[in-house]
Design a protein around this ligand. Structure first.
Ligand code: KIV
Ligand code: NA
Length: 275
């Protein structure tokens, strides 16, 4: 199992970190078998699995339920779990108790929280309690309402400066890595150079120390809106749709189940049954 120091070491050696989201047993198993370095049980769960139109409705129990399944599929991979909307914005004691609940029930290696400012003390508190924290800067989906939608962040010099400062504060507070979402690649390069801990980009260019993508987006599985920064590495939606359509037709036409899909009672037993 890799550790937080493995990732700092990878950054030092210019070895890129490959991260992907997973929300269930089979996906996590695929990820572990493919040699993914880190799995994220993201609160994108709400959108790509639960069908909500934002991450705001995802609960602590939703995250725990899915993280336990992902953990069973990937027992040997570094697992990061998102703290969902508003579970780390109350008192630090309440935040710690939510964090402990996730850690103890899911055997996660780290938790992820969005933002800097008032979230810096959260990173500090969890880290000092022994919980590794991944920070998340740039586009913050849990704050999409306040940001005015899902837009590229840090495009002006002033906004970029603030993000560089925020990233440094996250590192100083103890964060073990920083996810950078939807920012210009030049800014990603600056932030990555300013930190010892790795940056993991999504829509943040090739200059990040690692990359993360949402599983359902990169294999085209049931997603409707695919962001510009996603590459289609597979298209499993098409074959799934075709398979189900064919199943329905075969059931209607009695061509499924065929001989080899059914069980047969022996002739003598049949005789006894009917007398
Ligand atoms: O929830 C999620 O999938 C995430 C990634 C976009 C980083 O936070
Ligand atoms: Na998330």
């Amino acid at each position: 199992m890799k550790t937080t120091s493995s990732f700092v070491e990878m950054k030092k050696n210019n070895e890129k970190i490959a991260m992907i989201t997973a929300y269930d047993y089979p996906t996590a198993k695929f990820a572990e078998n493919a040699g993914v370095d880190m799995i994220l049980v993201g609160d994108s769960l709400g959108m790509v699995v639960l069908g909500y139109d934002s991450t705001v409705l995802v609960t602590l129990d939703d995250m725990i339920h899915h993280s336990k399944a992902a953990r069973r599929g990937a027992p040997n991979t570094f697992l990061v779990v998102d703290m969902p909307f508003a579970t780390y914005h109350g008192s630090l004691d309440q935040t710690l108790s939510n964090a402990v609940k996730i850690m103890q029930q899911t055997s996660a290696q780290a938790l992820k929280v969005e933002g800097a400012d008032e979230v810096i003390p959260v990173i500090q508190r969890l880290t000092s309690a022994g919980i590794p924290v991944v920070a998340h800067l740039g586009l913050l989906p849990q704050s999409a309402g306040v940001l005015g939608g899902y837009k590229v962040q840090g495009k002006t010099a002033a906004a970029a400066e603030k993000l560089i400062e925020d990233a440094k504060k996250c590192e100083q507070a103890g964060a073990c890595a920083v996810v950078l979402e939807c920012i210009p690649h030049q800014l990603t390069e600056k932030i990555s150079a300013a930190l010892t801990i790795p940056t993991i980009g999504i829509g943040a260019g090739v200059t990040a120390d690692g990359q993360v993508l949402v599983f359902h987006d990169m294999v085209k599985y049931g997603t409707h809106h695919i962001p510009k920064f996603v590459k289609e590495f597979a298209n499993i939606g098409g074959p799934i749709a075709d398979g189900i359509t064919q199943y329905v037709q075969e059931v209607k036409h009695e061509s499924f189940p065929a001989e080899q899909h059914q069980f047969t009672m022996k002739e003598d037993q049949l005789q006894q049954l009917y007398g």
